[in-house]
Design a protein around this ligand. Structure first.
Ligand SMILES: [Zn+2]
Length: 327
C-alpha cells in the first residue's frame, strides 16, 4: 500500500487527484496584495480574497462595512481607501454590520476603531458576549426582526427570518442596489463544506434559499468563494440539497436496519453506526456523481456525505418518524 501512515503529515503532494474546478466557479484575479475589490452596483462594492467575501457602501457620509473576515483583514482598509480615493468620498468607516457572530466573517471588526457604530441581530450580540472575543466587539445597535440602516442617502434592510446556518444569520437587502447579502448558506458555484456548511439548524438551512429568492435582487454576496452569486446559483444549490433530501428518504426506506442491529449484538452502537453509514453512503453516492463537474469540489466526498448524514438525521428526528413503532 502506498497510502501514508496514520498521523503522517499531509502536504499538498498528498492531495487526491480531484476533478478540475469548473472555470465558472472562479472569480476575478486578486491583486498583488491578495484581494480584489469591485463595484456591485453604484456605490456598493464587494471585496474578496478568493475564498471570503465582504462588502461596503461608500456614501457621502462615510463607509458602511458589511462583515470583516480576518482572512481579508487589513486589505479591507486598503480596498476602502482605494475606492474612496477613486470616487472622491470619505474613507471613514462609520458603521459595521455583522451578518452573524462567526469569527471567520467578523474577526477583523476590531481593526476598525474610533466612532464605528456596530450593528447586528440581538442574538449576534448575545453570542458575541458569550464568546468574549476582543477581535469581535459586540454590536451596540441591535434589532429583533427588521432594521433599516440609512447612511448618506443609501439604505440597507436587515432582517432576521429564523435560524439557519446559525441562530443569528441575517438577510441584508440593498433595495437601491438590486443586491442581497446572505452569508454561509449558498457557496457560489461550490458545494457546501462539511455538515451543510457547518450549519446548526438543518430545517432552517434548507428553507433559507427560498427566503433569499423571495427578495428582489440580481446579485448575491454569499460569503464564499471568490465571486458573486446569481439566482441560478441559488437554484442549483437548492436542487443539490433537494436531491440529497430525496436520496436520504429513499435510502432510509430501502435499508433494513435489523441485520445491522443483529450483527451489532450487545454493542448497540456498532449496529447503529453500520446502519446509518449504509444509509448515508447509499444516499450520498448518486448526488456526488451527479454534481461532480457541476458544483466545484463535489467530488470531495466527505462534504456531501456529512451533509447527507445531517439531512438524513433531520428527516428522522425533526420530521419523523425516527423509526418503526414497536408492535
Ligand atoms: Zn458562519
Amino acid at each position: 500500500m502506498t497510502s501514508p501512515a496514520p498521523g503522517a503529515s499531509s502536504t499538498t503532494a498528498d492531495l487526491p487527484d480531484y476533478a478540475p474546478i469548473p472555470r465558472s466557479a472562479l472569480g476575478p484575479a486578486l491583486n498583488d496584495q491578495g484581494y480584489y475589490v469591485g463595484r456591485v452596483e453604484r456605490n456598493l462594492y464587494w471585496v474578496t480574497d478568493g475564498v471570503y467575501n465582504s462588502a461596503f457602501l461608500a456614501t457621502r457620509d462615510g463607509v458602511v462595512l458589511f462583515d470583516a473576515p480576518p482572512s481579508i483583514g487589513n486589505n479591507l482598509r486598503r480596498a476602502v481607501d482605494q475606492i474612496a480615493a477613486a470616487e472622491g468620498v470619505s474613507n471613514t468607516v462609520t458603521h459595521l454590520v455583522y451578518s452573524h457572530h462567526h469569527a471567520d466573517h467578523g474577526a477583523a471588526s476590531s481593526l476598525f476603531t474610533g466612532d464605528v457604530v456596530r450593528i447586528g441581530h440581538e442574538e449576534t450580540r448575545r453570542l458575541l458576549l458569550r464568546d468574549d472575543d476582543p477581535a469581535r466587539p459586540v454590536p451596540e445597535v441591535t434589532f429583533t426582526d427588521h432594521y433599516t440602516l440609512d447612511v448618506g442617502g443609501e439604505r440597507a434592510e436587515l432582517a432576521w427570518h429564523g435560524p439557519n446556518h446559525t441562530p443569528d444569520n441575517i438577510y441584508i437587502h440593498f433595495p437601491g442596489h438590486d443586491t442581497l447579502m446572505f452569508i454561509d448558506v449558498v457557496n457560489a458555484g461550490w458545494v457546501p463544506i462539511y455538515n451543510l456548511n457547518l450549519s446548526e439548524d438543518v430545517i432552517g438551512y434548507m428553507g433559507a434559499p427560498a427566503i433569499a429568492l423571495s427578495y428582489p435582487w440580481t446579485r448575491l454576496i454569499s460569503g464564499h468563494l471568490g465571486r458573486l452569486a446569481t439566482r441560478d446559483d441559488v437554484a442549483v444549490h437548492q436542487q443539490y440539497i433537494a436531491d440529497i433530501e430525496a436520496s436520504a428518504r429513499e435510502a432510509l426506506a430501502a435499508v433494513d436496519p435489523v441485520p445491522f442491529y443483529v450483527a451489532g449484538g450487545e454493542n448497540a452502537w456498532a449496529g447503529v453506526k453500520a446502519h446509518l453509514d449504509a444509509v448515508t453512503n447509499r444516499a450520498a453516492a448518486p448526488v456526488i456523481a451527479k454534481y461532480t463537474g457541476v458544483l466545484a469540489a463535489a467530488d470531495i466526498e466527505a462534504f456531501t456525505t456529512t451533509t447527507t448524514f445531517q439531512i438524513m438525521q433531520s428527516l428522522r428526528l425533526d420530521r419523523g418518524p425516527s423509526g418503526p413503532v414497536h408492535p
